[in-house]
Design a protein around this ligand. Structure first.
Ligand code: MG
Length: 389
């Protein structure tokens, strides 16, 4: 079996309403996805996390090295991509291109073998995953009604059945404390609440905020400080009872080794579509297990990335093992995203707040061809039935 084509698409969706986080605002969603076809007619879909146009260029750069390879040999192909990009991609967006191709190959392999990706990864370790809602951004930047809007949004996630959610902090310590209090009051004591600063703070500020919100039962404080300051993360961990999370800006098992060796985090958060795909994420999970550190992937983007995370988490080992193991969480972005909502359909379901996978082959997603054409402005003449699966 051979790879006969690798096609990438940049998808763009203008948002009806911009949203903001601790660094800047977004007015559109832009994502690069990739379609890989084998000479047997099977198709796999992947996605890269990061600047879509650059990822597309990266995929085009890598394509000649892997055309003609056997798509079932995911690890062999990963090795080729790694060695061909090693001098330029130990960190950064070219690794997202590698990740997109790797995810597509796992999807394709599952379809060829008629098995779900979680079985190819080694099997099902749990029946259910606990998705947590990501949202609670700073709508309209810093509006007067933000407290009310955040409380209403948080309550809407509870009404949808979510048992956990993550909010943004990073507007300034005093404002953050007020918004955390307001959301905790809106959701009550039984729903898990995490905070994410997107590295808005220095060490002193992060310690102040962490100590001030400890009373609101925060399940983790994500990216409190810039990801380069490993030692400061370690110091923060020693000064708060809130678990510290990070790693969405980290790449490859080598990057995670630095993070883990420095005792910087309680929870590592590799993004499968950036850190090296499913092949490398599995190695990172093994490495995290060596250090006894929990792993909850950073998950963003379309249904392709969400499905990749769901299959990965289904296969993830819980450390430590025990009779009643802790639930494994999965990030579930709830902010406006037409690409996420319209590009794919899936038989995955969320019931009573828990996500349940099906045993559809590959990633178990179906591509909506009309949405692909609409968001990528691709040539309608290229429309073929094989883009559906
Ligand atoms: Mg984050």
């Amino acid at each position: 079996m051979k790879i006969v084509s690798i096609e990438s698409y940049v998808l763009t969706d203008k948002l009806k309403e911009s949203f903001y986080f601790s660094q800047w605002g977004y007015s559109e969603r832009k994502i690069c996805i990739v379609k890989i076809t084998s000479d047997s007619g099977h198709i796999g879909w992947g996605e890269g996390y990061g600047p879509a146009g650059v990822i597309k260029a990266g995929i085009e750069h890598i394509t000649p090295f892997i055309l003609g390879q056997n798509p079932l040999e995911t690890e062999t192909i990963w090795g080729i991509m790694y060695r061909r990009t090693l001098d330029f991609a130990r960190r950064g967006v070219l690794m997202s291109a590698v990740s997109a191709i790797d995810v597509a190959l796992w999807d394709l392999k599952g379809k060829v073998l008629n098995l779900p990706v979680y079985q190819l990864l080694g099997g099902k370790k749990r029946e259910y995953i606990l998705p947590y809602a990501t949202g609670l951004y700073f709508a309209n930047g810093n509006g007067e009604n933000l407290s009310k809007e955040l409380a209403e949004e948080a309550a809407s996630y509870v009404a949808l059945g979510y048992k956990a959610m993550k909010m943004k902090v990073g507007l300034g310590i005093d404002k953050d404390i007020a918004y955390v209090k307001c959301i905790r009051e809106a959701i009550g004591p039984d729903v898990k609440l995490m905070i994410d600063a997107n590295h808005a703070y220095n060490l002193r500020e992060a310690i102040s905020l962490a100590k001030a919100v400890e009373e609101y039962d925060i399940s983790w404080f994500e990216e409190p400080i810039s990801p380069e300051y490993y030692d400061q993360y370690a110091e923060l961990r020693n000064k708060t009872s809130i678990p510290i999370a990070g790693g969405e800006c980290e790449y490859l098992r080598f990057g995670f080794q630095t993070l883990l060796k420095s005792n910087s985090v309680d929870i590592v958060q590799p993004d499968i579509c950036a850190t090296g795909g499913l092949t490398e994420a599995k190695r990172i999970a093994t490495l995290a297990s060596v250090y006894g550190v929990e792993l909850v992937p950073h998950t963003w983007g379309t249904g392709i990335a969400i499905a990749a995370a769901a299959h990965f988490i289904t296969n993830l080992d819980t450390i430590p093992g025990r009779l009643n193991s802790a639930e494994c969480m999965m990030e579930h972005d709830r902010t406006e995203n037409g690409l996420r909502d319209q590009l794919t359909s899936t038989n995955m379901t969320i019931k009573n707040g828990y996500l349940e996978l099906t045993d559809e082959p590959g990633l178990g997603i179906f591509i909506n061809e009309d949405a692909l054409i609409k968001f990528s402005s691709c040539d309608k003449g290229k429309r073929t039935i094989d883009t559906i699966r």
